[in-house]
Unconditional design. Sequence first.
Length: 146
Amino acid sequence: MAKTVRDIIKDRKEVYCLSNQTTVAEAARFLKDHGIRATGVCNLSGKIVGVVSQSDISDKVVAENYRPSEVNVQSISSTNLIKISPDIEVSAAMQVMLESGVYHLIVEDAAGNFLGMVSMRDCNAMKVEEEKERAEMLKDYAFPNY
C-alpha cells in the first residue's frame, strides 16, 4: 500500500515553528539544536507565514555580510508557501518538490492547521520503507512457508 505524508508526520512529537520576530542568529541556533534544515515561520496568531532554511540564512544574511543578530527571520523567509494535505501520497509530494524546485513542503489539514513540514529526505526514507515492505511481500509470495 502506498505511503502518505501522514505516515511521515504521525509519530512526530513536536511541530517546529519560529516567531517571525526571531532573529536569524536565534533561528540558526534553533535549526542546529534540532538537527533540521528548515522550519516554519509563524505570526503572532500562530499562522504559518513563511519558511526559513539554512540556505536562506547563508545566502541572504551571511553572504551579504549582514549581522544575524540584527535581522529578523521574517525579512529572509520564503513566503511562496507550497502546502499539501497529509493524505497525499509520498511519491506525489516528491513530485511537487521536484516541479517546484523546493526541498520542503508545508503540511496542513483541511481546516488550514499547520501540521508540520516534510523534506525530500523524509520522503526518500519513507519510499525506502515502502519498497522494503513491498519486497518482503513479494518474497513471501514467491517463497511461501508451508
